[in-house]
Design a protein around this ligand. Structure first.
Ligand SMILES: [Zn+2]
Length: 276
């Protein structure tokens, strides 16, 4: 599932190619991708309009339109937003929506598993988009200070891995980057959040920022479905330290890596570097 670095990479790759291009036509091939808006209204509000800006909150992409509406997209499991300059390239079988940008090309929303969503709302009106409305702090923003992080952990007996995955606390972290951050900081995923020493809080705070920044520099992690806005694979999968490496040697101490279900997700850890 795309996490913050993948969604941010999609944003950065689409920005130079789709902004300020008149939307000539909108084809909806899979109606259920649209939330709270009819196909007719969706097409009417978009046709003849243009995207002015793309921003990101957590794993959401927000496309600002000229008419003061916003298209809000979530890729979920297998969603892809791909720009093509050559519209003669045949559509993928699982294409849900196509935004025809005339001579500039087209933006295609593909989704094999069909969990991705699109909302269309008046600017800033996110009440009906529950996941967006309740998002926690952006981990790469200046607001995510060490003291804000410490406050999130304080008094919480929930497992640290679960807390990192909770989008209402920190926005955009998922299974891959939570595991990588905990490994970098040497913290076991099942430790109660409130049990971290102040040194561990500091290590984890910087690990989160470091791993997300590195992953964005590497265009995200492609394990299977994720692609950038140009349809290319990311490369951070080659730099993962622990995620998906069960049974392999710890890159730090050579112990055999383990995995276990924590907070409903398979969590990878080194039993020696990350003590329970
Ligand atoms: Zn180790």
């Amino acid at each position: 599932m795309p996490e913050l670095p993948e969604v941010e990479t999609v944003r950065r790759s689409l920005e130079p190619v789709i902004l300020h291009q008149p939307i000539k036509r909108v084809d909806v091939h899979y109606e259920r991708i649209l939330q709270h808006v009819s196909v007719q209204d969706f097409r009417d509000l978009l046709t003849g309009n243009q995207f002015l800006q793309i921003s990101r909150r957590g794993k959401y992409l927000i496309f600002s339109l000229e008419n003061d509406w916003e298209l809000v997209a979530h890729l979920r499991m297998t969603g892809r937003l791909i720009f093509v300059s050559d519209t003669q390239i045949p559509l993928e079988k699982h294409t849900s929506v196509v935004f025809d940008l005339g001579s500039a090309g087209a933006l295609r929303f593909e989704d094999v598993r069909k969990f991705a969503t699109i909302d269309l709302v008046p600017k800033g009106d996110y009440e009906q988009i529950k996941g967006l409305h309740t998002l926690g702090v952006e981990p790469l923003s200046p607001e995510f200070s060490l003291s804000v992080f410490q406050e999130l952990l304080e008094g919480r007996s929930t497992k640290i891995k679960g807390l990192l995955l909770d989008q209402t606390k920190i926005a955009g972290l998922g299974n891959i980057y939570a595991d990588e951050s905990l490994f970098m900081a040497g913290i076991h995923p099942e430790r109660p959040a409130c049990s971290l020493t102040s040194q561990e809080q500091q290590l984890l705070h910087s690990a989160i920022r470091e791993v997300l920044t590195l992953a964005i520099e590497n265009q995200g992690t492609t394990l299977r479905d994720y692609r950038t806005g140009y349809g290319l694979e990311g490369s951070f999968q080659n730099k993962l330290l622990i995620y998906g490496k069960k049974g392999e040697e710890c890159p730090r101490c050579k112990a055999k890596l383990e995995h276990r279900k924590v907070a409903g997700r398979t969590s990878h850890f080194c039993p020696s570097c990350q003590r329970e």
